[in-house]
Design a protein around this ligand. Structure first.
Ligand code: ZN
Length: 158
């Protein structure tokens, strides 16, 4: 039986491939309890869009999900964090337009940017999760299920 940390690493790598994030290096950092500065988060994600690094921090609560065999929940959490790599570039362009970091150029308060960011990230997560077979995040088969990426077909040769 695969162990907890190996499972998380395999699943995160599989999701990285699934989301076409192969150009990013991916690091996982485990915490026994809460993630410092993010008391209520099951996981967080730091995305470096210049040097193409993703660091996912995983809180102790995820190990509880593991013990309870809540594999779908774990996959949903990791998928959400990796989807941040898809939404982050647009998010960072957007917040640069907030002069005082409170009121946006279009009259949105900073919290609303955060909500939109999280919501759009979760929407992409929901689409991905709906398409993944159970075997993708099942411990016995994690890392072995290839659903994508598939070759891109751009029409006939010229
Ligand atoms: Zn998020």
């Amino acid at each position: 039986m695969i162990r907890y940390q190996a499972y998380i690493r395999k699943l995160a790598q599989a999701l990285r491939t699934e989301l076409f994030l192969g150009e990013y290096a991916l690091d996982i950092v485990f915490f026994k309890g809460a993630i410092p500065d993010y008391e209520n988060a099951a996981a967080t994600c730091d995305v470096d869009n210049t040097y193409l690094d993703i660091t996912v921090k995983v809180a102790g609560i995820v190990q509880k999900h593991w013990r309870n065999k809540h594999y779908w929940t774990i996959c949903n959490i990791l998928c959400h964090e990796l989807c941040h790599a898809l939404t982050d570039p647009l998010y960072h362009c957007s917040i640069q337009r907030i002069p005082d970091k409170k009121i946006g150029a279009w009259g949105l308060v900073n919290n609303e940017w955060e909500r939109v960011r999280e919501r759009q990230t979760q929407r992409i997560t929901n689409v991905v999760m709906a398409l993944l077979p159970k075997s993708f995040y099942w411990p016995a088969t994690v890392g072995n299920v290839k659903t994508g990426p598939k070759p891109v077909h751009r029409g006939g040769k010229t």
